[in-house]
Design a protein around this ligand. Sequence first.
Ligand code: PAF
Length: 286
Amino acid sequence: MQIIKTINDLTLALSEFRKKNPAGRVGFVPTMGFLHEGHLSLMKKAREQNECVVVSIFVNPLQFNNPDDFTGYPVNIERDSSLCKDEKIDILFLPSKEEMYPETPLISLNMPALVETLCGKYRAGHFEGVMLVVSRLFHLVMPDSAYFGKKDYQQLAIIKRMTKDLAFPLNIFGMPTMRERDGLAMSSRNVRLSAQAREHASLINRGLKLSLQARSKGNLNIEELKEIARDVMESGSMNRVEYVQIVEPNTLMDIEYLEDDTEFVIACAVYTDGVRLIDNMEWPGE
Ligand code: PAF
């Protein structure tokens, strides 16, 4: 595995690979590090489908609306590098902030239709920062395919649409959320939870599941389905629900009425003991 810190070396390594393997496919997994099973599942898929796999680790300052969240973001490059090696990653790209943004970018990307709902309502500038860094990384790596987790459902929808709108010549793969045994969605933020908070956090997925169970029994009342999820989540005294929404899977627009065949995503953000956690489930499931 090559560990690369500059754009120049990344470009050289990729052009070397492409010279030797003209038909070789490049798969890309962008991350902010502190890798967990969710990231590893993206790497495994990328490894299966490509001759060269690039992983980036860059904690992107432009996507943090809360400075404490940025400074407190967990980092462990040594452990991450060894996990990437185990997954047989070819290139681990570790740019510094100066390398990624030699100048503060003047451009801004936006997509109001998909940004002004769900998490975007509460995290001003977050998805604009994600779009900027992801499009910059796409230009640098020029992958054939890129891999993202469905846990960040809104992010995935926005990146899919950005890829279309800006005609990036690549495929986007959305991979299923990886979960702990009690259902908690894996996230780099979970390490910030105390043992007690961790128990309360498991109510987040339980709430979503019970809501979908009610749907499977024929309940088509949107308000009731959201209420079921919210009540379970709020039964944990350390949980504060930011939102529970039921949205259309591609446009992310709120759904007003459910019919028997309506597909939807139930998504939420919850602060557990001050740690912001997100989760979602699709109906019907995969
Ligand atoms: O999902 C993440 O880890 C980040 O938002 C991403 C896509 C790597 C962009 O910084």
